[in-house]
Ligand binder design. Structure first.
Ligand code: SF4
Length: 408
């Protein structure tokens, strides 16, 4: 895979060494067991795959290079480039301004832009409408486009489905930048609807089977369907694509459910289901798959707690948390600063969208086993800081440098 120029401040010598060693020993990525960092009284199990993915490194490389190559120019990002507070802060501190917030709310009006401004498109991509707006101002979008190729792959898949006259069902978070961008590209080719979860998919299915009156659809799915969507006509042939960072099992569940609905309602079987349901595999990206599988592998290890590091609005990170929560106490933190002491940790509850403080998160026992992973937009340097902070609470632990040397 292509390598990128990522600022050294985001790297961790320890984690780079671990990843290199694991990669050399497992080139085919078949081993999803975690890496043990045995400090004695504290044992850390690091997921096999975590941290910056291809798309994030690509975006960071382009963004920092753009800042260096355009002194004196106004540089804007359409929205957060990736969902990591530190990276976005670093870009802001280099003078990059954000045009919109994460939900598409305008911060700097497009009318204030001029043709010689630089506008970076984030890794999630953007809508065709925004692209057209920028082009109308005279701003070239291709040159500073950091859209991840794996997101573009989903757009291409939608196009293929659309060419065969299927309506596109997008499993994603309706307000997430990537889903909005994918919806825009899909809707340019075919009628499209976004479903956020299985519950909403089951409601959509009631319009397929006629259990629900078509008129109700437009209210129930307001903001989630394409222009001129006709429920009676456009749910006859469907195909599913998804936001690249959803939970694999959720997308599978949605696709299986809709396939079953089409089979039962139209009296089809495996031999002729293609008449009504496009044969698509999920459009999760490799990083989402690797990171989720690595968490599943990590969870086979008996442990006392899990720590997941990443931005609180990061979709892929929240799904790693979801997986860990099923097995053991899990703390979702954005950086080591959230570990307040040996006793207290401040962590994010993404279900309720609140941050709360837990006392006694580290059990009092001879050896504490901690599982750690991070999202695809989290710098390894942040994960190393988390490990270092925890290490400081175990006075008898093996020296940090001694452990680093084991992986050198
Ligand atoms: S998580 Fe996947 S789709 Fe998103 S930027 Fe990374 S590689 Fe690309």
């Amino acid at each position: 895979m292509k390598s990128f120029d990522v600022p050294v401040m985001y790297r961790s010598p320890l984690i780079s060494a671990i990843k290199k060693k694991r990669k050399e020993a497992d080139r085919m990525k078949k081993d999803f067991s975690p890496t043990l960092l045995d400090f004695g009284p504290m044992r850390i199990y690091l997921a096999r795959h975590f941290g910056f993915c291809y798309g994030v490194e690509n975006a960071i490389d382009i963004a920092f290079r753009t800042v260096d190559e355009n002194p004196g120019k106004r540089i804007f990002l359409l929205s957060e480039m990736i969902h990591n507070p530190q990276v976005n802060y670093d870009l802001r501190s280099r003078g990059v301004q954000f045009l919109q917030d994460n939900h598409g709310k305008q911060i700097v009006p497009f009318e204030e832009l001029a043709a010689d401004d630089v506008v970076l498109i984030p890794a999630f991509g953007t809508t065709l409408a925004i692209e057209a707006q920028l082009k109308a101002i005279g701003i070239p979008t291709e040159k500073y486009d950091t859209t991840c190729p794996f997101v573009e792959k989903v757009w291409n898949r939608s196009e293929v489905i659309a060419k065969s006259d299927y309506t596109i069902i997008i499993h994603g978070k309706p307000s997430h930048e990537e889903t909005r961008a994918t919806f825009s590209h899909a809707a340019a080719n075919a009628p499209s609807v976004v479903v956020k979860d299985l519950k909403q998919t089951m409601e959509l299915a009631k319009y397929i089977t006629g259990q629900k009156d078509a008129a109700g659809f437009y209210n129930e799915f307001a903001g989630q369907y394409s222009e001129d969507f006709d429920v009676n006509q456009h749910l006859q042939r469907i195909g599913v694509v998804n936001q690249t960072t959803m939970l694999a099992s959720d997308t599978q569940g949605i696709a299986d459910y809709l396939k079953g609905v089409m089979q039962d309602h139209f009296g089809l079987d495996e031999t002729n289901i293609k008449e009504r349901f496009a044969d698509t595999r999920d459009t999760l990206c490799y990083a989402t798959n690797d990171n989720q599988t690595a968490v599943t592998g990590m969870l086979d290890t008996p442990a006392d707690l899990a720590i997941v590091v990443g931005g609180y609005n990061s979709s892929n990170t929240s799904h790693l948390v979801e997986l860990c929560e099923e097995k053991l106490p899990t703390y979702y933190i954005s950086s080591e600063a959230k570990i307040l002491s040996e006793q207290t940790i401040s962590h994010y509850n993404f279900h309720d969208k609140i941050e709360s403080v837990t006392e006694g998160y580290l059990p009092q026992k001879e050896t504490v086993n901690i599982l750690i992973t991070s999202g695809a937009s989290c710098p390894d340097a942040v994960v190393e800081e988390v490990i270092r902070k925890l290490h400081g609470y175990f006075p008898g632990a093996k020296a940090f440098d001694e452990l680093v040397a084991e992986f050198a």
